[in-house]
Design a protein around this ligand. Structure first.
Ligand code: ADP
Ligand code: MG
Length: 597
């Protein structure tokens, strides 16, 4: 099975991702990282120990000092103890340098593993998802899921481990220590926590509102700036520089106003928070000082409880402050789930593979409509194309030609009827094995940044220089490639040379050809070309179609003169069928279309 070949065991989150239980999903992400996380937790306890020890040691020291003052004869012994405490604290503090790094090392390792695993899962699922899924999901949305949402999930895990865990541990240590030594003081915590919660709640809501208003303004401003830059030539040509400036100035003013508002609300929040904390500290002192006076606790214990009290308040505040990030992460789990949980995938596992393809393609009463479309794109279509036959589909745009090609490729499946290859229903076979025998030359050629050789040999790791050269020759591309600075090694794309439409098209044909396909599909491969390029491409096509089943979708009817049969489509139905001269003489739709060109 595929599972055993997986390089990374963390990269399986598509199997347990469940957006209905986002928190549980988050925890499950850790599953493979148990060991790293356990080490990380261990080192966290060690590295953070000075923070917990400080109030305790301070209390001991002050108690020691006051004991020495009360009973001078114990002074030398108290001094010895105090020096020991100081040494212990220094040692605890110094060890933090190494242990904190080790803590982060284990933590970061596991979190980065999870992050990479999640991205790999998404990418794998994107490859499996059907054309229908990609149709309705914009590229930008997918990009933001792979980049930003995964980042947000990673962030949530980081916050959980790096901020929540310390806060909760500190809270527990402080609470338990207090409960054990002075239960009355712990009662004070119970009173104070709701107060902190209440203050934060009131301000949070207002801050959230102003925050999202500002974010909205910023997005709008960014969009307007982008538009302004794109419009520059038009703006200049029309002398509208001043108007553009004023338009943007208005936008900047809005951002200024709402930004200022947010700053003031934050300032108010910050200071109220601070004052509340001070008042609560005073309240704590008001409880502990009388206790010390009555001798129930030592003088140093005032500091101890003050320290613990601080820890408790800070823990609560931290947990609340980070809450929005946690929510963003949970939202991101939902967002990523839209890809990982989508079941619009092609299911090939377990279906028989095609070891060879003769190339007979047949449609049997095929009807197809796109999701959300009211009309059928294809209506009860039936035809058979014999192995080795070349056929053309013509018809006005929107008549269903490209849809037929997608059905032949098995990229989409009909709602009614069947598409068969060599007599076998496409839905019953492993489509990946079938598609190895097909090549497609589309209207807009997609080349990736890499050399011409790599582009032609795409997906064929063992392809030789000779094979690529031969394919380029047959595609009428050899001549121009050899004139390029580095021949087949010339880079194309962003950092390389720019090719003309006709050159790109001929590279695409070479790419189709080098795979030695049994079935060839040209979907308007020559429509966007000028007359000379079209002639070169057309000549190439005429050589290629020999001995293969070929489907040619063509706009210009002159280009389908040599095919065995022509189907004329209208509104998803075949209305005429025959050889070129038969159709011309018949004086029907084809003849009509031809007279228009
Ligand atoms: P042709 O290639 O002959 O121009 P198509 O096969 O692309 O026509 O389209 C047939 C019909 O299906 C048209 O009405 C078109 O609007 C519709 N259509 C094509 N692609 C999609 C799509 N991805 N989603 C929804 N409708 C589509
Ligand atoms: Mg089309």
């Amino acid at each position: 099975m595929e599972e055993s070949q997986r390089s990374s065991k963390t990269a399986d989150c598509e199997y347990y991702f469940n957006t209905k239980q986002p928190v549980r999903t988050l925890f499950r992400l850790f599953k493979t990282e148990k060991k790293n996380l356990a080490f990380s937790a261990l080192f966290f306890l060690i590295k953070n120990s000075p923070a917990w020890a400080l109030p305790i040691i301070t209390a001991y020291i002050i108690n020691g000092v006051s004991a020495a003052l009360q009973h001078p004869e114990t002074k030398p012994q108290q001094i010895r103890s105090i020096i020991m405490y100081l040494i212990v604290f220094a040692v605890l503090a110094i060890q933090n340098i190494g242990t904190h790094t080790v803590f982060i090392y284990f933590l970061a390792k596991s979190i980065r593993n999870i992050e990479a695993g999640m991205r790999l899962s998404i990418v794998r699922r994107l490859q499996q998802l059907s054309v229908a899924f990609h149709d309705k999901t914009a590229t930008g949305v997918i990009q933001s899921k792979v980049l930003r949402d995964v980042e947000a999930i990673r962030n949530v895990i980081m916050i959980g481990m790096n901020i929540y865990l310390p806060a909760i541990t500190s809270f527990l240590i402080a609470f338990v220590m207090t409960l054990k030594n002075a239960p009355v003081v712990s009662l004070l915590y119970a009173v104070c926590i709701p107060v902190v919660l209440l203050i934060m709640r009131i301000f949070r809501r207002r801050m959230n509102v102003t925050n999202s208003v500002l974010r909205h303004d910023m997005e709008k401003m960014t969009a307007e700036i982008t538009e302004m830059i794109a419009m520059l030539p038009v703006t200049k040509a029309h002398g509208l520089e001043k108007a553009e400036e004023e338009k943007l100035e208005k936008e900047f003013r809005v951002v200024f106003r709402n930004g200022l508002h947010l700053d003031i609300v934050s300032a108010l929040f910050g200071s109220t928070n601070w004052v509340a904390f001070q008042l609560l500290q005073i309240a704590c002192l008001a409880v502990t000082v009388p206790f010390a006076f009555s001798g129930r606790i030592g003088a140093g214990d005032i500091i101890l409880y003050q320290g613990f009290f601080n820890m408790v308040l800070n823990s609560v505040a931290t947990v609340i402050n980070m809450y929005p990030d946690i929510m963003r992460g949970i939202d991101a789990v939902r967002s990523v789930g839209e890809i990982l949980e989508s079941d619009e995938i092609e299911r090939n596992e377990g279906k028989p593979k095609m070891m060879t393809v003769a190339g007979e393609v047949s449609f049997h009463n095929v009807s197809f409509s796109y999701p959300d479309a009211s009309l059928h794109a294809l209506n009860d279509l039936s035809f058979t194309v014999k192995a080795g036959e070349s056929v053309a589909f013509v018809g006005e745009s929107g008549s269903g030609k490209s849809t037929i090609m997608q059905l032949i490729l098995g990229l989409r499946h009909p709602q009614a009827g069947t598409v068969k290859i060599d007599g076998t229903d496409l839905t019953t076979i492993d489509l990946r094995s079938y598609r190895r025998f097909i090549s497609v030359v589309p209207q807009s050629v997609i080349l990736f940044s890499g050399s011409i050789f790599q582009n032609i040999g795409y997906g064929l790791p063992k392809v030789t220089r000779e094979q690529v050269t031969e394919a380029a020759r047959l595609a009428n591309a050899l001549e121009f490639i050899e004139k390029l600075p580095d021949g087949f090694d010339t880079g194309i794309g962003d950092s390389g040379i720019k090719l003309s439409g006709g050159q790109r098209q001929r590279i695409a044909i070479a790419r189709a050809l080098v795979r030695n396909p049994h079935i060839l599909i040209f979907d308007e491969a020559t429509s966007a070309l000028d007359v000379i390029s079209e002639k070169l491409v057309q000549d190439a096509i005429d050589t290629l179609i020999q001995g293969r089943t070929c489907f040619i979708v063509a706009h210009r009817l002159s280009t389908v003169r040599n095919v065995d049969r022509i189907f004329v489509l209208k509104e998803g139905r075949i209305i005429e069928e025959g050889r070129y001269d038969q159709l011309v003489n018949a004086g029907g739709e084809f003849a009509h279309l031809r007279s228009l060109q």
